[in-house]
Every structure is written in structure tokens, then in C-alpha cells.
Ligand binder design. Structure first.
Ligand code: TUI
Length: 314
């Protein structure tokens, strides 16, 4: 059984987090993952505080198990959502796409476990000094906002630099990824793209189908020029954005081009104008299944690999 320090700390059965995917990870998906023994995480994304409160209450209505909220720090509502998680007494807060330093003391005072996503050793050290409970080290294989380093180089460097439980993210979609993450020094994983295929994930059916049909080279990164690189499926929108980005379109127009694109993918399944966030593992997502089954399936796979790892030693 792959239990680790993070299971004891958070009161969860398996060391598997569901990534807080903006516009996608709602209260129902998070509750289903938590009911399955992992840690479900509601994404605040760019949504206002009231939406996040509503999703927290939906999750509380489905599960008594711990779940988290991810705060996307580029959001205009980040300050508001930072207060909502305190009022609603959520168990765990994760953060993404920035530096959450200014919020951490208030969250800790409210008894919330703070687990920032980091993409560099410098931020990992800073978060450790400010009292983070654990860290999510996310490599650039992930979907959405991405850092520079890959998971295989980032995770061991973070593990060497700090003395907190490390959760590996980016490029992990099955038990092989979990086993590899443990070998790198992590004591848990976060998966996003794999949960796009969960029955409880309410993205547009066309989005799900695109993930199920994806092949190895089907994602690309856009948005570097404006300082916020994002990995998504290589669709007409992504190609057009890349062309504009490297073709000299002014910053304001470029920003305008990206506005609403994630909503068009998630809600409308718009194959032309939607931005379908996805990690590089999309091609490894093979079927639709309940979220709880995803959790137990990947855990069983990892256990089989880790218990047989001695086959490599003669
Ligand atoms: O945040 C994510 N993934 C996301 S956020 C998102 S929504 C979005 N909307 C508009 C523009 C950009 C994104 C979709 N997917 N993952 C966590 C993550 N955080 N990955 C990398 C980082 C990160 C990168 C640099 C965290 C901190 C950082 O540096 C901050 C600093 O100040 O040092």
C-alpha cells in the first residue's frame, strides 16, 4: 500500500492529488476524487469568491473527506478567494501561477494546510521559510501555466533543497509515473489531464473526445512572449495564437485574442476558437471512468511496480 507522509498529514488514503484545473475542477469532481481516497481540489481559476464558496459547499454536501481549493494567483479575484477559503474552513489550499507569500500567514492562522505549486528551487525555499506544509513541484510537461524545468529534473532538486513532503506533478498519468515520482524523492503525485476523462468531469464532450484521441505530439506551449506560457492541445486556436505571438501582434491585441478561449473549450467545445488545456500525457488517457476508479487504478499499478522493483537488482 503506497501510504506516505502526505497521507498522514492530510488524512487521505492515497497520495494522489487531482490538479486544480481552472474552469474544470468543480466541487463535484473534487468530491468524487476525495471520496475515492485521493485529494480532490476545486479550482478557483478566474472565478469570483461567490462561485468558489458555492463549489466548496457542493463538495461538502457530497463528501466528509478532506479536499482542497486551488487559487490561481493571476486571477483578479485572488484576494477575495483567499478570504473565502478561510471563512469556509477548507482543509488544504494549493496555489498556482505565482507567489502566494502575502496570503500564507492568514491561511496558517486559520489552520489551513498550505501547499504551493512551485516550478523553481528559489520559490520552494521561500515557501518553506513562510510555513508551507508541503510543496507541489510541477514540471513543464503539465497542462496550463507551465514553468521551464521538466518534472524529472525539478523534483529531485526540490527534494534536495527543502525538508518538506514533495508532491510531483507534470507528465504523470498512471502508476508508472507515480512509481517514477517516488524514485525521484516525491511522496505523492498530482494529476490533472488524467482526470479530464473522469465521468464526474463536466467539460464539453468534444473536449473529452479530443483528449481521448490525442497523440504524443499533440500539445504545444503558447504565451511565452507575455510572460505566461500555457500548454494546450495543438488546435487551430493555438496555432493562430502562436502565429500572432511571433508575428508581431501588439500585446493588448494578443491578450484580447486569448480572452475567453478556455471557456469556449470547456463550455462550448469550440474546436476552432477554444483553448483546450492539456498536459503532454493526453495520449496516455485511454478511457472514460469514474474518478474514484482512476485513483485506485493508478495506485494499484504503482504498487505492483514498486513491489517488483527489486527485479532490476541482481
Ligand atoms: O497554475 C498552474 N496551471 C494553470 S493556471 C491556469 S489559468 C491561466 N490563465 C491565464 C494565464 C495563465 C494561466 C491554467 N493552468 N499550475 C501551477 C504552476 N505554477 N505551474 C507553474 C507555476 C509557477 C510558475 C512560476 C508558480 C510560480 C512561479 O513563479 C512565481 C514567482 O514569483 O517566483
Amino acid at each position: 500500500m503506497i501510504r506516505s507522509a502526505i497521507c498522514e498529514m492530510l488524512g487521505i488514503e492515497y497520495p494522489v492529488f487531482q490538479g486544480g484545473m481552472a474552469w474544470i475542477a468543480d466541487g463535484k469532481l473534487a468530491a468524487a476524487v476525495s471520496e475515492g481516497g485521493g485529494l480532490g481540489i476545486i479550482a478557483a481559476g478566474n472565478a469570483p469568491g461567490d462561485y468558489v464558496r458555492e463549489q466548496i459547499r457542493i463538495a461538502k454536501g457530497i463528501t466528509k473527506k478532506p479536499f482542497g481549493v486551488n487559487i490561481m494567483l493571476l486571477s483578479p479575484f485572488a484576494d477575495e478567494v483567499a478570504k473565502v477559503v478561510i471563512e469556509e474552513k477548507v482543509n488544504v489550499v494549493t496555489t498556482g501561477a505565482g507567489n502566494p507569500s502575502k496570503y500564507i500567514a492568514d491561511w496558517l492562522a486559520a489552520g489551513i494546510r498550505v501547499i504551493p505549486v512551485v516550478a523553481s528551487v528559489a520559490l520552494a525555499k521561500r515557501m518553506t521559510r513562510l510555513g508551507a506544509s508541503a510543496l507541489i513541484a510541477e514540471g513543464g510537461e503539465s497542462g496550463g501555466h507551465v514553468g521551464e524545468l521538466t518534472t524529472i529534473v525539478l523534483v529531485p532538486q526540490i527534494c534536495d533543497a527543502i525538508d518538506l513532503p514533495v508532491i510531483a506533478a507534470g507528465g504523470i498519468a498512471d502508476g508508472r509515473g507515480i512509481a517514477a515520482a517516488f524514485m525521484l524523492g516525491a511522496c505523492g503525485v498530482q494529476m490533472g489531464t488524467r482526470f479530464l476523462s473522469a465521468n464526474e468531469c463536466t467539460i464539453h464532450p468534444a473536449y473529452k473526445e479530443k483528449i481521448l484521441q490525442a497523440t504524443d505530439l499533440c500539445t504545444m506551449v503558447t504565451g511565452k512572449r507575455l510572460g505566461h506560457p500555457v500548454r494546450s492541445l495543438r488546435t487551430p486556436f493555438a496555432r493562430e495564437y502562436a502565429k500572432a505571438e511571433y508575428g508581431g501582434m501588439p500585446d493588448e491585441e494578443l491578450e484580447q485574442l486569448g480572452t475567453g478561449a478556455l471557456r469556449r473549450a470547456v463550455v462550448e467545445g469550440d474546436a476552432e476558437k477554444g483553448c483546450f488545456l492539456s498536459g503532454q500525457v493526453a495520449a496516455m488517457v485511454k478511457k472514460e471512468q469514474p474518478a474514484a476508479q482512476i485513483v485506485t487504478e493508478v495506485v494499484r499499478e504503482a504498487e505492483a511496480i514498486l513491489s517488483g522493483a527489486s527485479q532490476w537488482i541482481k
